[in-house]
Design a binder for this molecule. Structure first.
Ligand code: NAI
Ligand code: 13P
Length: 337
């Protein structure tokens, strides 16, 4: 296996878990973040207590609060920051990067305002002469399980298959397996849009609905994710892969999911602002619901579940009223697209 030096930007739960995977594979890993105390903790005690109470990281993993030091001579940069700060962090990278690198990202969202996918944001901000084609790594992968080396399978998508294969090679091992994919739009939209449906699935749970309702939101959610994604240029088959239905299952059913837990709390009557404050971690589905709703209006795509979740989150619609609205919609054929 090739030995690489890789900067991981974003020391949250997923950035930490991916750092451990890369370190297990013999790569030199540098974690970068903007919280100096957290960087000191990783270097001094090899822990990241805020996210993983019982995990001790390998001491070879080092942390930096200086971005130019973190990027000095690296072969690859992995972005794992929340979507809303990705452009800002990419601008910082562009200011200090002085050589050509592989650029990968593992974030799952769409940018507010521009409605852009993360790979578009990164390719706009990091000059072409300093990077290969962007790779997105995405699939059913809760950090809480990957950090304990439980089996995880995800996709690595790029417009340049060589870059996707690079990601596959640096990440794959006995518990972490990557499949290459060339449908960047499909993989990115699948990863971003499933978070909205996970909020909805959690809300159904919080409201006391059963497994039939949860299976229904996951499958009908997949239908509308596919509708929007295909309108944005994705290949429909991608949505039955790891980054599509795979991630929808794990996020729409798991107690680990931040999005599912946020929905559950909403369903139990908690206020969104309190939920976001108490979670202490990014809940991407909240902002993605707004972007997806706006896109569905702009592109004239029927997304009834997303619309209801948007109205619950942003317009104060009562969740039970929203569910009734969906149930009372005109009946139709299942395969109408
Ligand atoms: N947690 C998980 O299991 C998975 C998360 N993801 C995605 O990965 C992305 C990150 O998620 P998490 O790690 O869960 O988030 P998190 O909330 O646990 O951590 C985000 C990290 O980014 C850092 N950060 C925030 N603003 C920053 C800035 N301006 N500069 C530098 N660092 C900054 C924070 O300090 C924090 O350490 C999200 O898009 C999420 O959807 C994808 C797969 C799995
Ligand atoms: O993307 C994820 C699992 O694949 C993580 O989802 P949450 O952000 O909801 O925890």
């Amino acid at each position: 296996m090739i030995q690489q030096t890789i900067a991981v930007l974003g020391p949250g739960s997923w950035g930490t878990a991916l750092s451990q995977v890369l370190n297990d594979n013999g790569h030199t890993v540098r974690i970068w973040g903007n919280n100096e105390q957290q960087m000191q903790e990783i270097n001094a005690t090899h822990t990241n207590q805020r996210y993983f109470k019982d995990v001790v990281l390998d001491e070879k993993i080092t942390a930096y609060s200086d971005l130019s030091q973190a990027l000095d001579g690296v072969d690859a940069i992995l972005f794992v920051v929340p979507t809303k700060v990705t452009r800002m962090v990419a601008k910082q990278v562009a200011q200090v990067l002085d050589h050509n690198v592989h650029v990968l990202h593992a974030s799952k969202g769409l940018e507010q305002g521009t409605h852009e996918r993360i790979s578009t944001v990164l390719s706009e901000e990091i000059p072409e002469e300093l990077r290969g084609e962007i790779v997105v790594v995405s699939g059913p992968s809760h950090a809480e399980e990957t950090i304990v080396r439980d089996i995880t399978l995800i996709s690595a998508a790029s417009n340049d298959v060589k870059e996707a294969k690079y990601a596959q090679e640096v990440f794959s091992n006995d518990y972490f397996r990557l499949y290459t994919n060339t449908d960047v739009i499909g993989v990115e939209t699948a990863g971003a849009l499933k978070n909205i449906i996970a909020v909805g699935a959690g809300a159904l749970h919080g409201l006391g609905f059963g497994d039939n309702a949860k299976a229904a939101i996951i499958t009908r959610g997949l239908t509308e994710i596919t509708r929007l994604g295909v309108a944005m240029g994705a290949k429909p088959l991608t949505y039955i892969g790891l980054s599509g239905v795979g991630d929808l299952i794990v996020t729409g059913t798991s107690i680990h999911s931040r999005n599912w837990r946020a929905g559950d709390a909403l369903g139990r009557g908690e206020k969104l602002a309190d939920i976001e404050k108490n979670m202490g971690m990014v809940i991407e589905g909240v902002s993605t619901a707004k972007v997806a709703y706006e896109l569905s209006q702009q592109l004239n795509i029927d997304m009834p579940i997303t619309e209801i979740i948007y109205r619950v989150l942003y317009e104060g619609l009562d969740a039970r009223e929203g569910i009734l609205e969906i149930m009372r919609r005109e009946t139709r054929a299942e395969n109408e697209f």
